[in-house]
Design a protein around this ligand. Structure first.
Ligand SMILES: Nc1ncnc2c1ncn2[C@@H]1O[C@H](COP(=O)(O)OP(=O)(O)O)[C@@H](O)[C@H]1O
Ligand SMILES: [Mg+2]
Length: 272
């Protein structure tokens, strides 16, 4: 899987993988919270993500977004329902899925470059083969000249750039992101949205992005799925029509704000 070519939508289709890359069917999660206490985090919900598509899951805090994403990552078991990725039923985590969290979780004693290469070390792969690829990714996210810096020598936004490179370095076919920019200030967050957009346009992974920011979801996505309050389920599925590449300035257009307004009204009246 490491040597896999970059999976453009055309390449994915040519390889015979299904157009519906992620298929979630009647997925439900109930947690046992203490003796005989059960919390339904995700109500039975179904949706698909097409190969090469960028889809956001948007919903209020505590509605089950992370739970849903962790089940798709194979890191949490569903209580009911099924998930398939690339035509295969998900049972255990797949090495081909890249994950990013709010906390970039870099190793503090390792350089930026070493942190990007870490997935290969963790999998006992020969790291030297990937130096060039890791360095090129760091350059692409604007970290030329910072390859040998340690995390504490980098700003929050720079650390998340390193985390983006680490998620992309082994060329995952599916990228799952759980509010990766929520801890950043608004200006850095805009910058990171732009970096992520450029990287996604270049590498064209299938992407599922969790956020509670309406504007971030609209800027980044081909489709936005709105979740209800807990127990979360998809209550709205809207297509975002803007052409790519997208400049940050589209956020100032009436069309953009109209879509945000529509989503805001859905979220304000979000049913239980
Ligand atoms: N391991 C767990 N055990 C019990 N309850 C949990 C666990 N993880 C999450 N929950 C509960 O499930 C609900 C959804 O949580 P989460 O998926 O983290 O929401 P979100 O990411 O949308 O903020 C919350 O009520 C949370 O308290
Ligand atoms: Mg969460």
């Amino acid at each position: 899987m490491m040597q896999a070519q970059i999976a453009t939508p055309a390449a994915v289709a040519a390889a015979g993988t299904p157009a519906d890359y992620v298929v979630v069917e009647a997925l439900r999660k109930v947690y046992n919270a203490g003796s005989r206490q059960q919390v339904e985090a995700v109500a039975p919900t179904s949706f698909t993500v097409k190969a090469g598509e960028f889809v956001s899951l948007l919903g209020p805090s505590g509605c089950g977004k992370s739970t849903l994403l962790m089940m798709i990552a194979g890191l949490d078991a569903p209580s009911q329902g099924s998930i398939s990725v690339a035509g295969r039923a998900m049972t255990t985590p797949r090495a081909e899925t890249g994950i990013m969290f709010q906390d970039p979780t870099l190793l503090p004693w390792k350089s930026a470059l070493e942190n990007v290469l870490f997935p290969f070390r963790a999998m006992n792969r020969p790291v030297d083969k990937y130096f060039d690829r890791a360095g090129a990714l760091l350059d692409q996210v604007g970290l030329h000249g910072f390859h040998n810096h340690k995390p504490r020598q980098l700003s929050g936004g720079m650390r998340q750039r390193v985390a983006i490179c680490r998620a992309l370095v082994y060329e995952p076919d599916l990228l799952l992101m759980d509010e990766p920019f929520s801890a950043l200030d608004a200006i850095t967050r805009d910058e990171m949205n732009l970096v992520l957009m450029q990287m996604w346009e270049e590498h064209h992974r299938t992407a599922l992005f969790v956020t509670h920011s309406i504007r971030e979801a609209v800027y980044l996505s081909d489709r936005v799925l709105v979740m209800s309050r807990r127990p979360g389920r998809i209550i709205e599925d809207i297509r975002i029509p803007f052409a790519r590449p997208r400049a940050l300035e589209i956020g100032e257009t009436p069309e953009f704000n109209e879509i945000c307004g529509y989503l805001r009204s859905k979220i304000e009246h979000v049913p239980h």
